[in-house]
Design a protein around this ligand. Sequence first.
Ligand SMILES: [Ca+2]
Ligand SMILES: [Ca+2]
Length: 262
Amino acid sequence: MKNRVCQLVIINILLLPFCLSFSAAIDLGTVEVSYLFEEGKGKLAKDASPNKRNGSLEGGVKYGPGKFGQGLIYDGKDDNLIVRNYHGISGKNPRTILYWFKSASTREHSWVKWGVVEPTRKYYVRAHVAGAICWLRVENAGGNNWGGDDVCDGNWHHHAIVFPKGSKDVEDHQIYVDGKLNGKNGAANPMDTDGEGQEVVMGDFLAHHAFMHGSFDEVAIFSIALTKKQIELVMNNGLASVLSIDPKDKLSTNWGLIKSTY
Ligand SMILES: [Ca+2]
Ligand SMILES: [Ca+2]
């Protein structure tokens, strides 16, 4: 009997990493849109989510070396990606926007935006410039929130903007750079994002800001607030691994996560 109990305890200990790994993976149903840019040619970026929200490549934006395989290289003049017929996440609904970016200059890079240009209705992820450096910033016409890690130094950095469930103000966002939670700066303003007026774009700017200039890869918008652990999994393993929908790949995915996590 004692041996039997010991066997069960050992089996449970062996299975623990599997359970932890599965609970850490991200539900594909929470992915609104995602681009890996692995097609490497053409004018359509293939959506890796189940929603078939392919991206229209505008202004001659080209494929080139990404963080994982291929990515997009934005010329900073007119290059843009439009997510046709997708108008983003509305109201105070939770969300996460993440991607890799390597700057080609210091400027008010426009990374991701949607919503009409009205107080509380706009949703704009862009760079906040301070002299020769820049920070990751989110704003909603009237309020803003920016971090403190320079992302305009010419190196690849992972950006993640998280709006947690139950939050009400633009100041409630969490800003992560390279998986590290940044401090909070900016002005408070209630969140009430418009989800009908403007298609989601990645690259084009608003008003007096600037086109994105540099390399862009592994972008996704989620309808949930990802945890720090989930952001790290995406950052370290890549979206293709974390979001794999092929059951055959699922096993190798989770083996990959176990290896990277334990
Ligand atoms: Ca161009
Ligand atoms: Ca890629």
